[in-house]
Write a protein that binds this ligand. Structure first.
Ligand code: 6R9
Length: 632
């Protein structure tokens, strides 16, 4: 379908200028893209936050207000793993289902401000559950499908969720993923201290699962009996909408809290801009709803803008390579948003696979989650996009709520593998280590000046940590944790994390999180996790462990397996390392700090060029590590 782009280079420039010259007026105007029960009269003030005197309901914005104009349009096209398994939900259907579930949640005692945990595979109930929470003003906390019972237990405890929505199982071919059993195990881990009072179970298949009397209920019969209208809760713009855990460089994963009016404005604004969203688009973001991308560009942005979204239950290359391309062809997907890891994996299957499908419906392609390399960008652009589609590389984070630096199709000149320019209203700066802003073409620490509507409100239960993590490292700027290079034309090239966060296939893993898990193994005295480049995953995780002295050969032989098991159990299988090196010691500074920079280089196979080692407390260990890694 040929369409006129939303923005031209000229109108884009005007947008950038208006946002720069009068941000207050600019953002107030952008807030009007939403339907408010009380219109905000101010955009931002440092004390009170975004659109502070406005009130609205997010699910009304995503559903009710579309009923008159597009009630019969598909809101979700769900493709099951089996080809014949397709579900089309119109906005009217979705509205009814969301209201029914919202009523059930209210009946289960969920009130405004309460937390509801959602742990589901890629079925429509995930989106329905998120919208149902928003309707009654409860905060959802979505758990990634791949989390272990321990990881779930930690998040349930920290959030204090009383109600959980999960599935009997997830489907992967003939395999069944035990969602309910994992949830039972997570709840059991805390015993009496568990906050969970009610577990609602979506039946994805007809597999039966044990139900705990008085706590668990199957959703289908409840939904059939529930009314399909539900009075929405009028929320203040700065009330929290959801809580989502993400990893940082220190300690346990943090519960990032997003607000209502600012977040939804940002989701809608950025979805429209970066994907050049047009009436009739079929928008497919492949992210799991357990990640922020699945929140902003599956559950909220597209629905706020009245789009039709594609949801696929299966895997990219299962049961045969090309399955994703088949979905695009079959459903006429126009906009396709995925991760560099997926692109690289698909690229490695060869060009004949996508060549067998008609991908001519595609108009805009997007990439998110990690830096995209030149080769993957070019392949995606040329082979999947036929050289004809805009390809947007979108840089952002859980904490930013939505895209911050991204191409705007047809308005900004693309450059392969560059996230290009900040969106109108976003003000990035590059700083040196001391925090001095750098001008011109330069590489530095990426920070953002001023605020933007999508910025997280706080960290759940720990506002002081929010301040120290993001606002205090470089006073006056929001610290992203990323490094970036800017070229002479002001284009940004993200270089990756500058802190101890490792990005494996777009999943953020804190080195501290891994080391914490390993610290539970008695025979290990110390460990260090570092990231190294990986052809498909972007980064791979490598772990060094130091055993206690005096272990038997047998004990030594079992250590690597123990490490893998404990990481799978405490964090999840997605965080299992590529390699575990058993070493006698870790390189340390005289003040006792582990020198990750050296461990990273050695894990990459480097054997020289480490610079001055005389500041190490134990310089001799470097040669040892090189030998051990080389031999492995
Ligand atoms: C949306 C999301 C955030 C971190 C971020 C950065 C990396 C995300 C990127 C990118 C280069 C891009 N990242 N998008 N790096 N280019 N287009 O991924 O959120 O899971 O919180 O991860 O991911 O390092 O700081 P989140």
């Amino acid at each position: 379908m040929l369409s006129t782009p939303r923005l031209t280079p000229e109108s884009y420039k005007r947008l950038v200028e208006t946002a720069r010259n009068d941000p207050e007026a600019f953002w107030l105007r952008e807030s009007r893209r939403l339907e408010w029960s009380t219109l905000p009269t101010t955009a931002v003030d440092a004390e009170n936050g975004w659109f502070a005197d406005g009130s609205l309901n997010v699910s009304v914005n995503c559903l009710d207000r579309h009923l008159a104009t597009r009630g019969d349009q598909a809101a979700i096209i769900w493709q099951g793993e089996e080809d014949s398994n397709v579900l089309r939900l119109t906005y009217r259907d979705l509205h009814a289902r969301v209201c029914a579930l919202a009523n059930i949640l209210r009946d289960s005692g969920v009130k405004r401000g309460d937390r509801v945990a959602i742990h589901l595979p890629a079925v429509v109930e995930g989106i329905i559950a998120m919208q149902a929470c928003a309707r009654i003003g409860a905060m959802h906390m979505v758990l990634f499908g791949g989390f272990s019972a321990e990881a779930i237990a930690d998040r349930l405890a920290d959030s204090g969720a009383a109600v959980v929505i999960t599935a009997n199982v997830g489907r992967r071919g003939a395999k069944r993923i035990p969602f309910k059993t994992t949830m039972d195990a997570a709840i059991a881990l805390r015993g009496e201290a568990s906050t969970v009072r009610r577990v609602l179970v979506v039946e994805v298949t007809d597999d039966t699962v044990p139900l705990t009397e008085g706590r668990d209920a199957l959703l289908t019969p409840l939904l059939e009996a529930a009314p399909t209208t539900c009075e929405p809760e009028a929320m203040n713009a700065t009330d929290p909408l959801f809580l989502l855990y993400t990893s940082g460089s220190t300690g346990k994963p943090k519960g990032i809290v997003h607000g209502t009016g600012g977040y939804l404005t940002w989701a809608s604004y950025t979805h429209e801009l970066i994907f050049d969203h047009q009436q009739g688009d079929v928008f497919w973001c492949t992210a799991d709803i357990g990640w922020i991308t699945g929140h902003t560009y599956v559950a909220y942005g597209p629905l706020a803008n009245g789009a039709t979204l594609m949801l696929f239950e299966g895997m990219p290359s299962h049961p045969m390579p090309g399955r994703w391309w088949d979905v695009i062809q079959k459903h006429g997907v126009t906009t396709f948003y995925t991760s560099p890891t997926a692109i690289r994996a698909l690229m490695s299957e060869g060009n004949e696979i996508p060549a067998a499908y008609d991908l001519s419906s595609l108009r805009v392609l997007g990439s998110v989650g990690e830096p995209i390399n030149h080769e993957a960008w070019t392949w995606f652009h040329d082979v999947i996009g036929g050289g004809r589609c805009a390809l947007v590389d979108t840089w952002w984070q859980t904490e930013t709520g939505g895209a911050m630096i991204s191409l705007v199709p047809y308005a900004v000149e693309p450059r392969p593998a560059s996230a290009t320019l900040p969106l109108p209203g976003v003000n990035p700066v590059l700083l040196d280590e001391k925090g001095t802003p750098l001008d011109g073409a330069v590489e530095g620490i990426l920070c953002i000046d001023g605020s933007w509507p999508g910025r997280a409100l706080t960290i759940w239960n720990d506002d002081a940590l929010f301040q120290t993590t993001y606002l205090k490292p470089y006073p006056g700027h929001y610290f992203t944790g990323d490094g970036a290079r800017r070229d002479v034309d002001g284009y940004y090239w993200i270089t990756g994390r500058v802190d101890d966060v490792i990005n494996v296939s777009g999943h953020r893993i804190g080195s501290a999180e891994i080391e914490d898990a390993i610290s539970e193994i008695h025979d290990i005295s110390e460990s260090s996790a570092v990231g190294i480049p990986h052809d498909i995953k972007g980064q791979g995780l490598v772990v060094y462990i130091v055993p206690h002295e005096g272990l038997s050969e047998e004990q030594m032989a079992g250590l690597k397996d123990q490490v893998i098991k404990i990481i799978a159990c405490k964090v999840g299988r997605y965080a299992v390392p590529e390699a575990v090196y058993v070493v006698p010691d870790l390189p340390k500074t005289r003040s006792g700090k582990n020198v990750r920079r050296l461990m990273r280089k050695i894990a990459c196979g480097e054997t020289e060029g480490f610079g001055d080692l005389s500041t190490l407390a134990n310089p001799g260990i470097v040669g040892e590590l090189i030998r051990i890694v080389g031999k492995a």
